[in-house]
Ligand binder design. Structure first.
Ligand SMILES: Nc1nc2c(c(=O)[nH]1)N[C@H]1C(S)=C(S)[C@@H](COP(=O)(O)OP(=O)(O)OC[C@H]3O[C@@H](n4cnc5c(=O)[nH]c(N)nc54)[C@H](O)[C@@H]3O)O[C@H]1N2
Ligand SMILES: Nc1nc2c(c(=O)[nH]1)N[C@H]1C(S)=C(S)[C@@H](COP(=O)(O)OP(=O)(O)OC[C@H]3O[C@@H](n4cnc5c(=O)[nH]c(N)nc54)[C@H](O)[C@@H]3O)O[C@H]1N2
Ligand SMILES: [Mo]
Length: 774
């Protein structure tokens, strides 16, 4: 049967015809074939729109002629699901109550298509009913104004929001009187934003796309680019063709990092050829990264000792260390004192392989280290990033061509939203500049991040939640507790394109405000508007959609923010109406608030895209010491040790067929899973030790420290090449297992890759496919 769960090993390279086939299928399913060709050709093009899927950069059109196709399989999926012909109409809401819809899967909700008009929750009937934009804004404004303290409202941002909308939202919320800006970055690369500045003075990556062409070695740590930033595979394939070693550090042998066929390479496609990507696969245990990074650091120092003893030149960049860094001696002493046996036990990686990787590192004169959620989502995520920086500093690998640190961001504008003011802990300098430009005093005390906003909901101190995009309630930890807290709020407001769980888990009053999507035309005052986004390499580019909006009743995110602000703050001195009519005026204000990076923003956009200056890239260190800092993090733990017999570390990860909480299908081609998401990837020996048969039913329980019971049943264990002691399962199904208190100590990013769990065999009857009929 077509929809029966099946599991089989995937032995082909990633990419290739499989990717093209999947692209064609999804366009067909969403009935967007006819418009898709033209639309896909406009994706990531200078006069087109930016892909909304991930934050990977496209080549600078000023320096490279754009390729015909600047999209990937998952970008095409994101576009197909965004431009789908399906619609969630008032008739749909009339025939399904909210309680009924709660029983649907995320996949089923997503498949209903685009939201078309503003809706308000009617508690009497438990249905969403249509309401006019005027009524929605009036009621939302009244509810916000009625709050005795503005800090009782939480204003979430998800990273698809444009710079312009995010900037205005930050102005609105600060004028309203709070810094409560939880945002998806708080669950994602916040350890980068908070940890990296202590090392190199800025919380952003130092690499550009061109560095990939000059690198002599590339590390990819805790990241699955073949699925989550597939256009990065182009750079990795090119690097391999130049003979550049690629070191992959991951508990899962992710298919694209093993072998990949570039779907845009006609010869490889025709001959079914492929490229081996990872030249060195470090099959690490979950949470073993700090151990391995320190091991490499130590091995480089020992290699240096040996070279010097043999009368050879040093392998460290002493000139760089002396001129540009601080704290080398302490970090070196600490690494030398780190016990090899402890490193091996923690990481599962032998000293010989670590020394081999150190050999690759010292043989390269320009090394890039890329990393993703496998590094950030741990209790010491920020500290792990600082260890990455330490390693790079040893050989001057920051601020030279082909080298640097490359945090690969998630959402297409998650980095930009932070740059333009979505920051719950704004700096003094920013607040002063804001006041100078806008003429009113923004709130000075820090606001809530994601974890703190959920805590405030649980405590009952939060009363209102506004979400500018995203699916907050389904992305945060501790699902059942978070649901209950959200339902106690006075009001929830969701600015969205698609129906999701967040609309169903709502406050006493609830509004869905549907907006136009990235690929759609945004006409204001008879003029086509453009928005901007900032990618993972700090490149800012313009984006303007080309399709007719999904419905004539949609507003742009910018218009929604402006009108919400006017309804909430009738006395406001901000020119909301002008900003809504002409987005250039918003950019003029961004330039005034951020002159150092955004001066002359509109004019610079005429070159289509431009880089924001990154001082670390120029070896200017904005740290407390004025130098790049080697930082000592005693020990090798990524997470607090848990002394419970049988404990396994659970990483909650993405399938190839989802975008965060948006589920495109229940398959995960590269991991060989079809029609099921309720699976646990396990080492065979760990399964045998628990008496779990291959594909056998199992259940998981979190080893909690707060006495609360966190449990997930209905799972199937799949034997998988993952080290003993480590297991993986899909997010968001597993979010109920992730305690709110389990987060990075520096940044409060939920430690979604290292949940201590027990896995048990269960009665066969309890397991089943994740998709049950809606
Ligand atoms: N198609 C698609 N694209 C996306 C997304 C999506 O859901 N779908 N999401 C977007 C977003 S918001 C983000 S943040 C990015 C996420 O992109 P990634 O950073 O790739 O995120 P994940 O898939 O969650 O996990 C990455 C990898 O971490 C590994 N891992 C788990 N634990 C550890 C560990 O302890 N150490 C190491 N070294 N590795 C570990 C896993 O095996 C997995 O390969 O992608 C973005 N792009
Ligand atoms: N256990 C676990 N939890 C995690 C993670 C994990 O790896 N494991 N990853 C975390 C990470 S990295 C992230 S980034 C978060 C993601 O958290 P979010 O960013 O909040 O979630 P998404 O699923 O990306 O949001 C999808 C919704 O965004 C809306 N949307 C899509 N496009 C637009 C648009 O253009 N405008 C507007 N206004 N709305 C739009 C649609 O309605 C869609 O349903 O989840 C985090 N949670
Ligand atoms: Mo993310």
């Amino acid at each position: 049967m077509a929809d029966q769960p099946t599991y089989k090993t995937y032995n082909h390279p990633a990419g290739g015809w499989g990717a093209l086939g999947a692209t064609a299928r999804v366009l067909r399913e969403q009935s967007v074939i006819a418009q898709s060709t033209r639309t896909l050709l406009a994706m990531n093009k200078p006069d087109g729109f930016k892909c909304s899927s991930c934050a990977w950069p496209s080549p600078d059109p000023n320096e490279h002629k754009p390729k015909t196709f600047e999209f990937c399989e998952n970008g095409a999926k994101a576009l197909a699901f965004e431009t789908t012909r399906r619609r969630v109409t008032r008739a749909f809401f009339a025939s399904h109550s909210v309680t009924e819809l709660m029983g649907w899967t995320d996949y089923a909700l997503e498949m209903e298509g685009r939201l078309v008009e503003p809706m308000r929750y009617d508690a009497r009937t438990d249905h969403y009913v249509p309401c006019s934009w005027e009524q929605a804004f009036a009621e939302i404004g009244a509810e916000l104004r009625a709050l005795p303290d503005p800090n009782q409202a939480e204003f979430y941002t998800s990273g698809r929001t444009s710079n312009e909308a995010a900037f205005l939202y930050s102005v609105f919320v600060r004028e309203f009187g709070t810094n409560n800006f939880p945002d998806c970055s708080n669950m994602c690369h916040e350890p980068t934003s908070r940890g990296l500045p202590k090392s190199i003075g800025i919380g952003k990556g130092t690499c550009t796309l061109d560095d990939f062409g000059k690198a002599e070695a590339i590390f990819v740590i805790g990241q699955n680019p073949g699925t989550n930033s597939p256009r990065m595979m182009t750079q990795l394939v090119e690097a391999r063709h130049r003979g550049v070693p690629i070191v992959v550090i991951n508990p899962m042998p992710e298919r694209a990092l093993m072998r990949f066929t570039e779907p845009q390479d006609p010869v490889k496609m025709a001959t079914f050829g492929s490229t081996k990507i990872g030249s060195e696969f470090v099959h690490i245990r979950i949470g073993g990264d700090i151990a391995v990074l320190k091991g490499i650091f130590r091995a480089v120092l020992e290699r240096d000792d040996a070279e010097i003893a043999a009368g050879h030149p040093s392998v460290l960049d002493h000139a760089f260390i002396a001129e540009h860094t601080h704290g080398f001696e302490a970090a070196a002493a600490e690494a030398r004192a780190t016990d090899w046996a402890a490193i091996e036990a923690m990481s599962g990686i032998g000293r010989a392989q670590i020394e081999r990787v150190a050999g690759i590192y010292v043989a390269s004169n320009a090394t890039m280290i890329c990393y993703g959620m496998g590094i950030t989502q741990h209790q010491s995520g920020a500290k792990a990033i600082q260890q990455i920086a330490n390693l790079l500093l040893l050989r001057g690998n920051i601020g030279k061509p082909g080298a640097g640190i490359s945090p690969v961001r998630g959402h297409s504008n998650v980095q930009g939203d932070r740059t333009v003011g979505i920051d719950e802990k704004p700096t003094r300098a920013y607040l002063d500049q804001f006041e100078t430009v806008f003429g009113f005093k923004p709130p000075q005390e820090p606001g809530h991040d994601v974890v703190e906003s959920v805590e405030a909901m649980i405590a009952g101190t939060a009363k209102v939640f506004v979400g500018l995009g995203g699916n907050f309630i389904h992305a945060v930890p501790d699902t059942p507790v978070a649901y209950e807290a959200m339902r106690r709020l006075n009001m929830t407001v969701a600015v969205s394109t698609k129906l999701n769980r967040g609309h169903l888990v709502h406050g006493r009053k609830a509004y869905i405000l549907p907006c136009i999507a990235r690929a759609e035309l945004d006409m204001q005052n008879g003029v086509k508007q453009r928005i901007t986004i900032e990618d993972s390499t700090s490149m800012v580019g313009a984006s303007s959609g080309i399709l007719e909006p999904a419905s004539p009743d949609l507003l742009s995110e910018i218009a929604i923010v402006c009108r919400m602000a006017r309804a909430t703050l009738p006395e406001s001195t901000v020119a909301w109406e002008s900003y809504e009519r002409d987005y250039d005026l918003i950019r003029d204000m961004i330039a005034r608030v951020y002159p150092a990076i955004y001066a002359d923003m509109n004019r610079r956009l005429d070159q289509k895209q431009f880089h924001l200056r990154n001082p670390a890239r120029e070896r200017e260190w904005k740290t407390d010491t004025g130098k790049a800092n080697f930082l000592v993090h005693p020990g090798i733990d990524m997470d607090q040790p848990v002394a419970v017999e049988g404990m396994l570390r659970l990483a909650t990860i993405r399938s190839h067929e989802q975008f965060n909480t948006t589920i495109y299908s229940n398959n995960d081609r590269y991991r060989g899973v079809y029609n099921d998401r309720m699976v646990v990837f396990m080492n065979e020996d760990d399964m045998a030790a628990r008496g779990i048969a291959p594909e056998g039913a199992c259940e998981m329980e979190t080893i909690s420290t707060d006495g609360k019971h966190r449990f997930l049943g209905g799972l199937r264990a799949l034997p998988y090449p993952i080290p003993r002691g480590s297991v993986a399962a899909y997010y968001p199904e597993t979010n109920g297992l992730l305690p709110l208190y389990h987060h990075d100590s520096t940044s409060k990013t939920p430690a979604a890759k290292s949940i201590p769990v027990l896995v048990r065999r269960a009665a066969e009857a309890t397991a089943g496919p994740a998709i049950r009929a809606a």
